[in-house]
Design a protein around this ligand. Structure first.
Ligand SMILES: [Zn+2]
Length: 318
């Protein structure tokens, strides 16, 4: 009995092994056929649209990551609007994958955020450059030129924007800020200022004789021709220190503005203010005439600083 049973077990084991071998062999053949005829790929969908096939999902992901890290001074960051979708599939071995095209497509739709640097003057954006270094150069150059005198409120602001904002070169940025109206006005005021006193034009007219030496002698002022009776405005507020006739000057007004600054208005036809009188900005103090040593109606204007005669054209009538 035992002998028969043993024989039976042996028979079945042998049979099973035969079948298993056959099955493994069969599977191998099938795999070989599949391997020869088909290949595994990932079908990529982006924004719901199939954009191609890739053999390695990882490779594409790595490429995208690498691209996103391509940030620099110019680009703040790169983001994708959507993540691509991958679907595993067996396709005919002859079908081609299109990794490069897929990466290109994904790159094209990426959102690039740019980094720029704006130079602001009193909080108002005046120029935009690409790098922080360039912005610093602009500020340094302007500071060197005016900041000590004008105390400009210059700042650098970083701009992060998805638009590729056009930038300027350092030279253009410097010129833009320098030509700013507020700076130009301040500069003009400063140029017209003597010892902190801002001198303004007393009359408009034609300059007929400038300040300085000439054959006939030293001309101590500036002559501005105008019709007799033209109102003469004081160049700056102050106190009248002289009002009356004075030799060659004819009818003369002298105004003291403080800080050692005085102005003289000579050859007047009429004097409207008297000695000791305070005059305010733009006040009419006299009328143009031709009194004293004069050949025609004009204003002879003098500027004196600490008693020294100065060229009025250094401050006014530039
Ligand atoms: Zn003169």
């Amino acid at each position: 009995m035992n002998f028969i049973l043993n024989k039976k077990i042996k028979y079945y084991t042998k049979e099973s092994l035969r079948w298993i071998t056959l099955l493994v062999f069969g599977l191998l053949i099938i795999s070989l056929i599949i391997w020869l005829k088909y290949k595994p790929v990932y079908v990529v969908t982006y924004f719901g649209e199939e954009i191609g096939k890739v053999s390695s999902k990882q490779e594409i992901e790595n490429e995208i990551e690498k691209y996103k890290e391509e940030v620099n001074e110019d680009i703040a960051f790169i983001t994708l609007k959507e993540q691509p979708n991958y679907e595993f599939k067996l396709v005919s071995a002859e079908e081609k994958t299109n990794e490069e095209e897929i990466i290109q497509k994904i790159k094209e739709t990426a959102i690039i955020t740019y980094r720029r640097y704006a130079i602001t003057l009193a909080g108002v954006q005046k120029a935009v450059v690409s790098t922080k270094e360039e912005a610093q150069n602009v500020v340094d150059e302007i500071k060197q030129e005016f900041n000590q005198d004008l105390e400009l409120d210059l700042k650098i602001t970083e701009i992060i924007d998805s638009n590729d904002i056009e930038t300027e070169s350092v030279d253009i940025a410097v010129a833009k800020v320098n030509n700013d109206e507020a700076i130009q006005t301040k500069l003009k005021e400063q140029e017209a200022t003597v010892n902190g006193i801002l001198l303004q034009i007393p009359i408009t007219g034609t300059i007929t004789s400038r300040f300085g030496g000439r054959r006939s002698g030293y001309h101590t002022g500036l002559d501005i021709a105008a019709n007799t009776g033209t109102p003469i405005k004081v160049a700056a507020p102050g106190v009248v220190t002289y009002s009356g006739n004075m030799g060659n000057y004819g009818k003369l007004i002298i105004v003291s503005h403080g800080n050692g600054v005085e102005t003289y208005y000579a050859h007047c036809s009429k004097l409207y203010v008297t000695k000791g009188q305070e005059v305010s900005e733009g006040e009419v103090i006299a009328a143009v005439g031709s009194t004293g040593n004069s050949t025609g109606p004009h204003l002879h204007l003098e500027v004196r600083v600490d008693g020294e005669i100065k060229n009025p054209q250094n401050y006014i009538y530039k």
